[in-house]
Design a protein around this ligand. Structure first.
Ligand code: NAI
Ligand code: MG
Length: 501
C-alpha cells in the first residue's frame, strides 16, 4: 500500500495542496466491497389494488433500469385512468371500516408495517440502490431505517387523536391521493403513508417512474401485514397516471412531492375544488458559514449538504454563502475534502457518490453546469476515473458565482455547489432569501444569538444550525414560497391529514 506522505506523491498531484493533507481518495485504491444481499426482484411488477397485485387494464408495462449500469431490472405496470378509478374505489370501500377502526387497532397495523420493513431492511436497501443509483451506505443507514422510523412514530399517534389539535376533535379526511418523486422513493412513500394511515385515511399513491420497485415491494409488506384490502393502493406509471391520481373526484386531499413546475400544474388543475393540498416542491438552499464557525465541521456539513444522494435532495445546501474573511480557507478545505470523495458503483460500501438517477437528470445537470462556465463562474471538479457505463457526475464546485447566474438561481438537483461570499449578516440574509424557493437553510457560527437571529430572518421551512440534513419523524418539514406548503412529520404533519370537528 502506498504511504500517505506528501513526498511520495507524484509532483503534479501535490501541487497547490496543504503539506499535511491526507489524500485517501486518489492514492488508496480500495478493494471492491460490494453489498451482496439479494434484493429479491421480480421480473415484473403489477399494480397493488384492493390488497392484491393486479395487471394494468391496458396490459402496458415499462422498464425500470439500474442507472449504475443501464441494465433492465424489471417491468413495471403502467396504470391508466381506469386503474386509478379501481384504486380509488378500493380505497373508498376500505375507508368505511378503516376510518372507524379504534386508533389502537389501527396502530397495530402501522407498527407491523415498520417491523416487517425492518425485517427486510437489507433487501430493501439493495433494491433501492439498484433502482435509483444512491450509495448503499445511504439506503442502508438512512433511507430504510428512516422509513421504518416514520411508521413507528406515526403508529404511536393513531390512538392519540385528542392530542393532535389540543382542545379540538379531529377526524380522518377520507381517501387521499399522493404522488412522490424518485430521489428518496421508499422514504417519501413512508412520509406520505404513515401520517395518512395514523389519522384513519385510505390512500392511492403513485411512485416515480424511474423508481417504482421499492414501492411495489412495499405492497408485499402491506399484504403480509394483513392490512385490510384497499387501505393502501399503489399505482405505478408516468405523469399521466400522476395527473389521474391528483385530479380524481374521490380524493379528499392530495399530497405531492416533486418539481415546482409539476406542483403548479396540479394546483392549477385543482383550483376551485375543495380538495386539501400539500405541496413539497423544489429548493435552492443557502448554507451560510460565518467567520467564527468551526471550519472543519462546516466543511463536512457543506459536503453532506450538497453531495448526499448525488445532490438529488430538495433541501440540498446548493448555495454556499461564506463570510469573506474565511472564504479562501473554506474553499481550500472544501476542495481538499471533495478530492477524497469516491464516485462509482452505488452497491460498493465505500462509495460516497453513486449514480445520477436517470439520463434526463444527467443531461439537465450537464446543461446547467455548462451555463455556469459560460456565465463566467470558476469550475472545480476533482480528477478520477468514472465508470464507463451508467450515469455518473463528478462532484462540482463553482466559485466566483454571482446571484444572477443560473447556477445560483435554478434547482440543479445534482452534485453541484455554487459558492458566493458575503461581508455582513444582513447581506447573508438578503442573498439567502433572494430566491423563489424557501425550503431549508444552514447556519454555521459559534454564536447562539446569531443562530437565533438568522433562523428568524431566513425564509425557509427548516433552518439547521451547525449541522445539515438532520431528519426526524417528530420534526415537521416543508417549505415557504415556491417550495410549497403544508408540513410532513410531527404533530403539524398530522394536521394536514385530519379535519377539525
Ligand atoms: P416531476 O415533478 O415531473 O416528477 C415527480 C413526480 O410527479 C413523479 O412521480 C411524476 O411521475 C409525477 N408527475 C409528473 N407529471 C405529473 C402531472 N402532470 N401530474 C401529476 N403527477 C405528475 O420531476 P422530474 O421530471 O422527475 O424531475 C424534474 C426536476 O424536478 C428535477 O430536475 C428536479 O430539479 C426537480 N425535482 C425536485 C424534487 C424535489 O423533491 N424537490 C423531486 C423530483 C424532481
Ligand atoms: Mg430505475
Amino acid at each position: 500500500m502506498p504511504a500517505l506522505t506528501e513526498k511520495k506523491r507524484p509532483a503534479s498531484r501535490s501541487a497547490g495542496r496543504p503539506a499535511a493533507e491526507l489524500i485517501f481518495g486518489d492514492l488508496w485504491t480500495f478493494d471492491p466491497a460490494p453489498e451482496t444481499a439479494d434484493p429479491k426482484l421480480k421480473s415484473r411488477y403489477d399494480l397493488f389494488i384492493g390488497g392484491k397485485f393486479v395487471a394494468p387494464s391496458s396490459g402496458k408495462y415499462f422498464e425500470s433500469i439500474n442507472p449504475a449500469n443501464e441494465t433492465k431490472l424489471a417491468e413495471i405496470a403502467h396504470a391508466n385512468a381506469a386503474d386509478v378509478d379501481a384504486a380509488y374505489a378500493a380505497a373508498q370501500k376500505a375507508f368505511s371500516t378503516w376510518g372507524k377502526m379504534p386508533g389502537k387497532e389501527r396502530a397495530k397495523y402501522i407498527y407491523r408495517l415498520a417491523r416487517l420493513l425492518q425485517d427486510r431492511a437489507r433487501e430493501f436497501a439493495v433494491a433501492e440502490t439498484m433502482d435509483g443509483g444512491k450509495p448503499i451506505k445511504e439506503s442502508r443507514d438512512f433511507d430504510v431505517p428512516m422509513a421504518a422510523a416514520h411508521f413507528f412514530y406515526h403508529a404511536g399517534w393513531a390512538d392519540k387523536f385528542d392530542y393532535v389539535a389540543p382542545g379540538r376533535k379531529v377526524a380522518p379526511l377520507g381517501v387521499v391521493g399522493q404522488v412522490i418523486p424518485w430521489n428518496f422513493p421508499l422514504l417519501m412513500m413512508a412520509w406520505k403513508l404513515a401520517p395518512a394511515l395514523a389519522m384513519g385515511n385510505c390512500v392511492v399513491i403513485k411512485p416515480a417512474e424511474t423508481t417504482s420497485i421499492t414501492a411495489l415491494k412495499f405492497g408485499e409488506i402491506i399484504a403480509d401485514a394483513g392490512l385490510p384490502p384497499g387501505v393502501i393502493n399503489i399505482v405505478s406509471g408516468f405523469g399521466d397516471t400522476g395527473a389521474a391520481v391528483m385530479t380524481h373526484p374521490t380524493a379528499a386531499k392530495v399530497a405531492f412531492t416533486g418539481s415546482t413546475e409539476v406542483g403548479k400544474i396540479i394546483m392549477r388543475s385543482l383550483a376551485g375544488t375543495d380538495k386539501k393540498m400539500t405541496m413539497e416542491l423544489g429548493g435552492k438552499a443557502a448554507n451560510i458559514v460565518f467567520d467564527d464557525a468551526p471550519l472543519d465541521q462546516a466543511v463536512e456539513g457543506i459536503v453532506n449538504g450538497i453531495f448526499f444522494n448525488q445532490g438529488h435532495v430538495c433541501c440540498a445546501g446548493s448555495r454556499l454563502l461564506v463570510h469573506e474573511p474565511v472564504a479562501a480557507a473554506v474553499l481550500a478545505k472544501l476542495k481538499a475534502r471533495v478530492r477524497t470523495l469516491r464516485v462509482g458503483d452505488p452497491l460498493d460500501k465505500n462509495t460516497d457518490i453513486g449514480a445520477i438517477n436517470s439520463r434526463e437528470q444527467l443531461d439537465k445537470i450537464t446543461e446547467l453546469v455548462a451555463s455556469g462556465v459560460k456565465d463566467g463562474a470558476d469550475l472545480f471538479q476533482p480528477a478520477g476515473k468514472l465508470p464507463g457505463k451508467g450515469y455518473y457526475y463528478r462532484p462540482t464546485i463553482f466559485s466566483n458565482v454571482t446571484m444572477s447566474h443560473r447556477i445560483a438561481r435554478e434547482e440543479i438537483f445534482g452534485p453541484v455547489l455554487s459558492v458566493m461570499t458575503f461581508r455582513t449578516l444582513d447581506e447573508a440574509v438578503e442573498k439567502a432569501n433572494n430566491t423563489a424557493y424557501g425550503l431549508s437553510a444552514g447556519v454555521w457560527t459559534d454564536k447562539g444569538s446569531r443562530i437565533l437571529k438568522m433562523s428568524t430572518e431566513l425564509k425557509a421551512g427548516v433552518v439547521w444550525a451547525n449541522t445539515y440534513n438532520k431528519f426526524d419523524p417528530t420534526s415537521p418539514f416543508g417549505g415557504y414560497k415556491e417550495s410549497g406548503f403544508g408540513r410532513e412529520g410531527g404533530r403539524q404533519g398530522l394536521l394536514d391529514y385530519a379535519k377539525l370537528i
